[in-house]
Design a protein around this ligand. Structure first.
Ligand code: KIV
Length: 284
């Protein structure tokens, strides 16, 4: 029987130079499919606010919404290493809130790692959650929860000054107890330097090939998302077209009365139709 993958497996992968494969997904059915591929980590990302709920930003994701999805994903993929994303306002209000909410993901949803978008102001939060016995993934680089201050999301670490701040931030987070890092939308050279300098596994989301692993969101991997996508996003399937085709075929078969056929319908037991007709006639 396959053993559940843990942070220690991710650490071993880094040490042995094996790439870590992560997928961001939000529901039971997709998680079941991901679990049948060679994937180490599922992240239940707050990008669900955009992908599942249709918001413009990740900000409206709530703890209850994230817990519900994380629990569903855990049911679909019991053996993967499960990372849950701390949504906006779940850790910004202080350390005790952060520990309580991180703990909810562990106790109520079976998460093994808690991801927190960090600046240097969140060092105490990372330390406190880690000291509480919860493995923390510190998310640096592009931080979508800061969209209102940033105005728009743009590549990070593209100048020497900013790159050196980012490297320092990564090291401070590891010193504070982060057991892994996620580097989003950062210059590939800088993400590779961070990966070399820290002992914990570093997952890239659009930060080049030099990290210990990669994550993309499931709908992008499947080619389900339509419209503009970030530069780093790549589809490995074309399921939007296949999905529209399937809905079209369904619609056609209803309109031309080929669905449902007798094979896809329930039927009365032998002789029961005649008995029913007799009942009905007797009533008149
Ligand atoms: O919310 C999310 O899915 C994420 C990944 C894209 C890194 O944070």
């Amino acid at each position: 029987m396959n053993q559940k993958r843990t942070i220690m497996d991710l650490l071993r992968a880094k040490q042995e130079g094996h790439k870590i494969v992560a997928v961001s997904c939000y529901d039971y059915t997709t998680a079941q499919l991901v679990a049948q591929a060679d994937v180490d980590v599922i992240l239940v990302g707050d990008s669900a606010a955009q992908i599942v709920l249709g918001h413009d930003t990740t900000l409206p994701a709530t703890m209850d919404f994230m817990i519900l999805m994380t629990r569903a994903v855990r049911k679909g993929a019991p053996q993967v290493c499960l990372v849950a994303d701390m949504p906006f306002l779940s850790y910004q209000l202080g350390v005790s809130d952060a520990i309580r909410n991180a703990g909810r993901f562990v106790v109520e949803a079976g998460a093994q790692i808690i991801k927190i978008e960090v600046t240097s102001s969140y060092e105490s939060v990372v330390r406190a959650v880690s000291d509480a016995g919860i493995s923390v993934m510190a998310h640096i680089g592009i931080r979508p929860q800061s969209i209102l201050k940033a105005g728009r999301l743009k590549a990070d670490g593209t100048t020497a000054e900013i790159a050196s701040e980012l490297i320092e931030l990564a090291e401070r987070m590891v010193d504070a107890g982060a057991g892994s890092l996620l580097v989003e939308g950062t210059a590939a050279e800088v993400a590779a330097m961070i990966t070399e300098r820290v002992e914990v596994p570093v997952i890239s989301c659009g930060s080049g090939a030099g990290c210990d692993g990669q994550v993309l969101i499931a709908p992008d991997i499947l080619g389900l998302t339509q419209g503009e996508k970030p530069k780093f996003s790549q589809s490995f399937g074309a399921l939007a077209e296949a999905t529209i085709d399937a809905f079209q075929a369904y619609s056609r078969s209803i309109r031309d009365c080929t669905y449902p056929d007798a094979h896809h319908s329930y039927h009365m037991k032998a002789g029961e139709l005649e008995r029913l007709q007799a009942f009905l006639e007797a009533r008149h």
